[in-house]
Design a binder for this molecule. Sequence first.
Ligand SMILES: Nc1ncnc2c1ncn2[C@@H]1O[C@H](COP(=O)(O)OP(=O)(O)OP(=O)(O)O)[C@@H](O)[C@H]1O
Ligand SMILES: [Mg+2]
Length: 383
Amino acid sequence: MAKAKNPFIYGGRVAGETFCNRQKEIKELLSDIEAKQHVILFSQRRFGKTSLVWRVLSEARKNGVIPIYVDIYPVSSLAEFIELYAKAIAEALSGYEKAMKLLKGLFSRLYLSMGLDAMGNPQWNVGFDRNRESESLDEVLMTFEAYLKSTKKAGVVVFDEFQQISETNGNKMEAHLRTAIQTHEHVSYIFVGSRKHLLQDIFSNPNRPFYRSGKIFPLGKISSEEFASFIRERFGSAKTAISEKTINAVLEATEIHPYYTQYLCHILYDIAEGTRIREEDIPKALDLLISREATAYMNTWDLLTLRQRQALVSLADTNPGESPFRPEALQRFGMSQPAVMMRALNSLLEKDLVDKENGNYQITDVFFKRWIRTYISQAPPSP
Ligand SMILES: Nc1ncnc2c1ncn2[C@@H]1O[C@H](COP(=O)(O)OP(=O)(O)OP(=O)(O)O)[C@@H](O)[C@H]1O
Ligand SMILES: [Mg+2]
C-alpha cells in the first residue's frame, strides 16, 4: 500500500492543521491590534513569524479589521516600496464596496489601473512621478488611514522583513514612515523581521526615527508539550505511531526550533519502514538533514574570517554557562587577549550568527552549530 502524503511541512508559511498552537501570541497580537499598539515582532530565521502573523490577520479580519500584508524583502528602492505598498492597499480594499472610488479620490499623485500579469491573472498597476518620490511616499502612507477614517473601520498593516528598510534609503524612509504612523488613529502596524541586530538598531537607537515607537515582541519557542502533541497528531493523521520517548528525543535534537522540528519529522516519516517511527532512526535522519542544509552552511562559512570561524568553533564546543573567554578556549586558537575573541564575537553578533542573552553567547542556528561540531570542530581551522 502506498504511503500517505508526508504530514510535515518545512519552509514557507504553514496554516491550518500544519500550524501548531501559538494561542498566547495570537491573543496578545489581537489585543495589540485592537489597542492600536504598534509591535515589532522578531525572532531568528524560520521560527514562525510569517505563519503567525497570517494567522493573526485572518482572525483580525473575522473581528471586522481590514488586514494588509506587505513583504518588503524584495524591495531595494523607495520607488519599489511605494509601488508594492500601493498595490497591497489596492488588493486589500478591492473586495470592499466603493473602496476603489474612494481610493482613486485619495490618490492624487499615484494612479492605479487594473491589468493582467504574465499568467493572465488580474493585477494592479501603480504609477507615479519618479521626480516626486517623497510626496508619493507620503501619499501612499496616508491612504489606508484616510480610507479607514472615512469609512469608520479599523485596519492593521504588517511589514514583513522590515529590516530591509535599512538597506533601502533607510533614514529617509524611516523618518517619513515614523511621522505618518504617529498620526494614525485607525491602523495598527506590525513590523516583522529576523535580523535582531538590525531591528534593534532601528527601534532602540535614540538617533533613529523609530526609536521606541512600538512594543518589542521577541517570538519565543512553542512549548514542548504543545509541539509534542502536534507531532503525535500529525504522524497519527498519516497512520503512523511514535512513542513519547522518541518525540522527546526529536525535540531535544532540534531544541524545539519549528522549522527543523518539522524537517526532522518529515525525514523520519520518509525513511520509516512500516507504520512506526523508531528512535534508532533519529541519528540517520539528523545526518540527512544536515547534509541537505550543508551548502547553505558552507556558503555562510566561506564568507567568514579566520577569527570569526575560530570563535564559532569555540562556541560550538562551549557548554551552557561556560565563558567563551576561559583561558583554554583562548589558548586553543592562540588568542593572546580576550579582546581578540570579543572582536570576533561582536562581528558575529552583528551578522546575527551569534546571539547574546543574559550575558551568554550562543550560536543562533541550532543546526549550524551541529554542522560545525560534526564537520569542522574535529579539524579546527588553525592560524
Ligand atoms: N506554529 C508553527 N507550527 C508548526 N510549524 C511551524 C510553526 N511556525 C513555523 N513552523 C515551521 O517553520 C517554517 C517556517 O515558518 P515561517 O515561514 O512562518 O517562519 P519565519 O520566521 O517567517 O521564517 P523567515 O525567517 O524565513 O521569514 C514552516 O515552514 C514550518 O515548518
Ligand atoms: Mg517570514
